[in-house]
Ligand binder design. Structure first.
Ligand SMILES: *Cc1c(COP(=O)(O)O)cnc(C)c1O
Length: 404
């Protein structure tokens, strides 16, 4: 048996051909593949605008800048996520406040968020970063209502859930990242995620204003648009007589302005070509993930080593398939002996040394900590074969029948 990882990219000949075509083209970066990928991705999730960036973490960072996170700003997020969901607030000098998870869904508990908000005067908090953890969509309709009561913005961390959705109060499907409830949403194209581009990220939004700001921040804060320039003097514009406000079309062709402190967080055309080609198969990938989840579900229902299960959930994108088990460490090591590399998602962020240093400690998030004691992510990726999955299931069942 070949080693079985918990996640693995799927690269086809078509993907390879798309990358080769881009390598042979005039643009390796800042070319036409970027916009093509952005438009296709926006369409896929049902958002008005998309901005491709170098990775999901950069997407979170730019979002925090665009929404005005700075020292003194407090933002609420979940401890059960990849650390970047919280770190982005720290990049801007803001303060991260964790709210515990709902033990049934593993998602940030809206009641815990409400408790936090009610405990402090209005205006204490600026935003919430909920995460569609494991691929299960957060009920953003409910979060929007709460956010509006308290004047908060929402960044949906949808890295686990492109193609996922929740069902709203009028029974409509609301796709993750569609911009109907959250100001901004972010995705990652790391190889373990649904769509692989090597590295890569995407921001989606329905706000034109945020979209334009993000485009600028992605490329050093540079503006190249006659109608938006701020300098009018002779020297800066390079025109002898200087440029008056009403003659703005007179700027020379080389002219540009850096108006804000931005970054180089661009995606390359090579990555965009790969991402675009992968996006074409995204729906098939989700379908396969859901079938894998259903087979796991069937194999492990009514097994007494499983402590709790959230069941098959409509709209789940199944980035991860998680069990909570007895003797997790024993199972984890036993699987490794059989070359099955299960993973743990996640060590709670508030217990990372960096966040402990900021005052967080064990006991602060009891449900997240309990979940972490027992959770294990089983292999889950579209080209996981039936045979491989049967082997994984059999191995897990045999561990519990042999040992106990
Ligand atoms: C992967 C991931 C990120 C970061 O994405 P990168 O592309 O690796 O920077 C952020 N949040 C979550 C929930 C993720 O899974």
């Amino acid at each position: 048996m070949m080693p079985i990882p918990y996640g693995r990219q799927c690269i086809t000949d078509e993907d390879i051909e798309a990358v080769i075509q881009t390598l042979k083209s005039d643009y390796l970066t800042q070319g036409p593949k970027i916009k093509e990928f952005e438009d296709a991705f926006a369409h896929y999730v049902g958002a008005d605008y998309a901005v491709a960036v170098s990775n999901g973490t950069a997407a979170l960072h730019l979002n925090c800048i665009a929404l005005g996170v700075k020292p003194g700003v407090k933002v609420i997020t979940t401890p059960i996520t990849f650390a970047a969901s919280a770190n982005c607030v720290r990049y801007c000098g803001g303060e991260v406040v964790f709210a515990d998870i709902d033990p049934d869904t593993y998602l940030i508990d809206i009641l815990k968020v409400r408790e936090l908000l009610e405990k402090s005067p209005k205006g204490t908090y600026s935003g919430i970063i909920p995460v569609d953890f494991a691929g299960r969509a957060v009920d953003l309709e409910a979060f929007r209502k709460l956010a509006d009561e308290y004047g908060l913005w929402i960044i949906e961390d949808a890295c686990h859930a492109p193609g996922g959705f929740f069902v709203d109060s009028t029974k409509n499907q609301q796709s993750c990242g569609n911009g109907n409830y959250a100001e901004l949403a972010i995705f990652s194209f790391h190889p373990v995620k649904h769509i692989a581009a090597g590295e890569g990220g995407m921001i989606t939004t329905s706000s034109k204003e945020l979209y334009e700001k993000l485009l600028m921040l992605r490329t050093h804060g540079i503006v190249k648009d006659n109608s938006k320039y701020q300098n009018t003097g002779t020297f800066a514009t390079g025109v002898d007589k200087g440029i008056a406000q009403e003659e703005q079309t007179d700027y020379p062709a080389w002219y540009m302005e850096m108006q804000e402190l931005g970054y180089n967080y661009r995606l390359t055309d090579i990555q965009a070509a790969l991402g675009l080609s992968q996006l074409g198969r995204a729906d098939d990938g989700i379908q396969l993930r859901r079938e894998i989840a259903a087979r796991y579900q069937q194999a492990f229902s009514d097994r007494n080593f499983v402590l709790s299960q959230s069941g098959v959930v409509e709209g789940h994108a199944y980035h991860l398939y998680i069990l909570e088990v007895k003797d997790r460490l024993g199972l984890y090591n036993y699987l490794r002996e059989k070359c099955i590399y299960a993973q743990i998602h996640y060590i709670p962020t508030h217990l990372m040394p960096y966040y402990r240093e900021l005052g967080w400690k064990e006991g602060d998030m009891p449900f997240a900590e309990d979940y972490y004691r027992n959770c294990i992510s089983l292999p889950m990726f579209p080209n996981f074969s039936n045979e491989e999955q049967e082997f994984v299931i059999k191995t897990i069942l045999s561990y519990y029948s042999d040992e106990r």
